[in-house]
Design a protein around this ligand. Structure first.
Ligand code: ZN
Length: 244
C-alpha cells in the first residue's frame, strides 16, 4: 500500500508542477524566456553569462578600494557587475521592488559559495544585513539585504545577525541622489545596539560581514561602518552588485 502511495506521489508531483507551468508559466527574470522545470528565477544561459567580478579572489579590488577610502574595511567583494544598460539589473529590481525574496536568497547563496572559497573572507564570524527602517520594511514586507544575507550565511555556515544594527532614522531612497547627497542622507542613520554588541563580543564574535544589495558610492555601508567600528567590530563587506 505504502509503495503504491509513494509511486502515485512521485507521479503526481511532476504532473502538478507541469500543470502549474501550463497555467502560470514562469519566465527568466533577466531575459524573459520561459523557464524549464529545473530552473529557478534565472535560466541556465543567463546564470552562465552572469558578469562575475571575481573580486573575492583579488585582495586590492575595486570594491575594496572604493570602501577603504571611506572607512577601515578588511576585505570587500561583490558578485556581479551592474550596468545601467545590462538586463542583469533586473535581478536587483526583482529582489528590491518585485517581491522576489527567493531570488535574493538564491543569489546570496551563490555569493556566499564564492566567499566561502576565498581566504580573504575566512575570518568573518557573523553576517549582518544593512537594515531597513521599520516603516519601509513594513511597506515592502521584507528587507532585501536580509534575504541576500540569509543565502550568504547558509552557504558560509555563519550565523545571521539581525538585532545588532538598526536604522534609527527614516531616509529618502538613495537611488536618485548624487554622491554627496547620498552621504548626507544616510549619515548617522544607523545605531548599534550596545547590549547586543557586548553579547557578541562575549561570544567571541568580533569580525562581521556586512551585506547590502548594491555597492554604488559606498555611503550606506560607510554609515553602517561608522557605528559598528565605534563598537569595536572588524568589518568586511559584500554586495550582490557592483556599479563600476
Ligand atoms: Zn535568461
Amino acid at each position: 500500500m505504502c509503495g503504491f502511495d509513494h509511486n502515485l506521489k512521485t507521479k503526481l508531483i511532476p504532473a502538478a508542477k507541469g500543470l502549474r507551468e501550463l497555467f502560470f508559466p514562469r519566465r527568466c527574470v533577466v531575459c524573459g524566456k520561459f523557464l524549464g522545470m529545473d530552473e529557478r528565477d534565472l535560466c541556465g544561459a543567463c546564470l552562465e553569462e552572469l558578469p562575475l567580478t571575481y573580486q573575492w579572489d583579488i585582495v586590492q579590488n575595486a570594491a575594496f578600494e572604493r570602501l577603504a577610502r571611506r572607512f577601515d574595511v578588511e576585505d570587500a567583494a561583490a558578485l556581479f557587475f551592474f550596468g545601467a544598460e545590462s538586463d542583469y539589473r533586473k535581478i536587483l529590481y526583482g529582489i528590491k521592488y518585485g517581491g522576489r525574496k527567493r531570488l535574493g536568497r538564491q543569489m546570496g547563496a551563490l555569493l556566499g559559495t564564492c566567499l566561502a572559497k576565498s581566504r580573504a573572507f575566512s575570518g568573518c564570524q557573523a553576517v549582518v544585513p544593512v537594515p531597513l527602517h521599520p516603516l519601509r520594511r513594513w511597506k515592502r514586507g521584507y528587507n532585501q539585504a536580509e534575504e541576500i544575507a540569509k543565502g550568504i550565511a547558509q552557504a558560509m555556515g555563519l550565523p545571521l545577525e539581525t538585532h545588532l544594527l538598526r536604522r534609527s532614522r527614516y531616509t529618502k531612497t538613495q537611488t536618485k541622489l548624487s554622491g554627496a547627497a547620498k552621504t548626507r542622507n544616510v549619515q548617522g542613520a544607523f545605531r548599534t545596539d550596545p547590549r547586543r554588541a557586548a553579547a557578541l563580543h562575549a561570544d567571541g564574535i568580533h569580525h562581521l560581514l556586512l551585506v547590502d544589495d548594491v555597492l554604488t558610492t559606498g555611503s550606506t555601508l560607510a554609515a553602517c561602518a561608522t557605528s559598528l567600528l565605534a563598537s569595536s567590530f572588524r568589518l568586511s563587506c559584500t554586495t550582490l552588485a557592483f556599479v563600476a
